[in-house]
Design a protein around this ligand. Structure first.
Ligand code: FRU
Length: 474
């Protein structure tokens, strides 16, 4: 049953034009992203009764292109075992679980139960891992009667299972966030799991609790396969608060060994958290596709939207680039985005002033010191500048920001290369996503201007390509 794919009304302030949002109420992490029978599924942490976090459900939407979404009824509801926290989905093609058949392979959701009663009573064993299955393209879900499949071993933070099929060892592998480390489990049938190893940084960190891991392999430009471990950290992100790191290394089916000790960020902006990648993308496609939650726990629950809270980032393709001895994880907007870009215009200096509220710009010239300033008739403004090898964004005057002391601030991030040759920027009603040099550097930021911001001036940029972006909602 389709609940709606109806247009969102223009008076809904800050509702993004080309980003996924729930029709109403609270959303956080993307969950269970999987491709099956021509559909991309997006499940997400959802509280249907309020615009702040509450008892978690899995909301659901499907898409044929990751851009236009159809909202579906809630997929998984909390029950006596607890709230349904973050997790993943796989297609069990060979019916290893026995929960479907080879002709109709089950989709399996692997999620965390968070038992609020247990938490209140002061015990620490209130998070465990469970599975549910669907035999009708994700439309209805049954919980496995043997849940939990991984009971809590006596650790307070024990959540967010991401499951992959590990081809070489012919087994399912689960990465799980356990306090400030990642546990690796293996299974032949998605029901019985063995702990294989544990990964922890070799030095003390103050990143808070680890959340929402992911594990996948990518081939760099020299044809070498590397494994990438994503870890979202609850505090001390590059702009403060929550953000997602990655580690590049080797994985043999049991143990992950990183190549480096330094911290690497998937995105240097303040607003891309808990992102993970789609499962079961067909081999003929072969891309590693990612979406994140476009917010930050520092202020996610108080941002000035009324009926709904939070959006997802635009979908991104992840690739691995070797630079010297190091690997860099690049994320660029998926090519499907092109379909919603209206024909582009070349804009040269002094031609700015566009009344569009959602648009993309692309700059194809070498930049060293440059800036773009966005403003509106109320003199609210936002700037992005390249200065001394850093990207600096300033949202101190960009509209509403009194809801949190952490919001209206200047953000800085060091670029990992000297020369900028390409910049892509996607501007929506309440966000800006910046991709530099084919996604080798990314910054995602929320903004809440009172009226839309347009580009009013640039420095050090001679011309750019401008394309208005169409709404993804009919
Ligand atoms: C990350 C997170 C997860 C948890 C979920 C609860 O944002 O805290 O660790 O499963 O959100 O909604």
């Amino acid at each position: 049953m389709v609940i709606d794919s109806i247009a969102v009304k223009a008076e809904e302030m800050y509702r993004p034009v080309f980003h996924f949002t729930p029709k109403e109420n609270w959303m956080n992490d993307p969950n269970g992203m999987v491709y099956y029978q021509g559909e991309y599924h997006l499940f997400y942490q959802y509280y249907p009764d309020d615009t702040v976090w509450g008892p978690m459900h899995w909301g659901h939407a499907v898409s044929k292109d990751m851009i236009h979404w159809q909202r579906l009824p809630i997929a998984i509801y909390p029950d006596e075992k607890g709230y349904i926290f973050s997790g993943s989905c796989v297609v069990d093609w060979n019916n290893t679980s026995g929960l479907g058949s080879k002709q109709n392979p089950p989709m399996i959701a692997i999620y965390t139960y968070h038992d609020p009663e247990g938490e209140k009573s002061g015990e620490i064993t209130f998070q465990s891992q469970a599975i549910a299955y669907s035999l009708d393209k994700g439309r209805t879900w049954s919980k496995y009667e043997g849940n939990p499949v991984i009971p809590n071993p006596g650790i307070r933070d024990f959540r967010d299972p991401k499951v992959i099929w590990h081809r070489e060892s012919k087994q399912w592998v689960m990465v799980l966030a356990v306090k400030d480390r990642i546990n690796f489990y293996s299974s032949k049938n998605l029901k019985d799991w063995q702990l294989e190893s544990e990964f922890k940084k070799q030095y003390e960190t103050d990143e808070g609790v680890w959340e929402c891991p992911d594990l996948f392999s990518l081939i760099d430009q020299d044809g070498h396969e590397k494994w990438v471990l994503l870890v979202s950290v609850n505090s001390k992100g590059p702009q403060g608060g929550s953000a997602t790191q990655y580690l590049v290394g080797n994985f043999d089916g049991n143990t992950f060994l990183p190549d480096h000790t330094e911290t690497k960020w998937v995105d240097f902006g303040a607003d891309n958290y808990a992102g993970v990648t789609f499962s079961d993308i067909p081999n003929v496609d072969g891309r590693r596709l990612f979406m994140g939650w476009m917010s930050n726990w520092q202020y996610a629950q108080v941002v000035p939207t009324e009926k709904w809270r939070s959006a997802m980032t635009i979908p991104r393709e992840l690739t691995l680039k070797k630079m010297g001895e190091k690997h860099l994880l690049c994320s660029k907007p998926v090519q499907e985005m092109e379909a919603i870009l209206k024909p582009s215009k070349r804009i040269t200096e002094n031609e700015y002033r566009s009344s569009q509220i959602s648009y993309a710009i692309e700059i194809d010239e070498t930049l060293t010191s440059a800036s773009i300033r966005f403003s509106n008739e109320l003199d609210e403004s936002f700037t992005i500048a390249i200065e001394n090898g850093e990207i600096v964004t300033d949202r101190t005057q960009a509209g509403k920001n009194t809801f949190s002391k952490d919001f209206g601030v200047i953000h800085k991030a060091q670029l990992p290369f000297k020369e900028i040759s390409n910049v892509k920027l996607f501007v929506d009603t309440s966000s800006v996503e910046l991709f530099v040099n084919d996604g080798a550097f990314v910054m995602t930021e929320l903004l809440f201007p009172t009226t839309p911001l347009s580009i009013i001036s640039t420095k050090g940029i001679h011309q750019f390509k401008f394309s208005a972006i169409q709404s993804i909602w009919k």
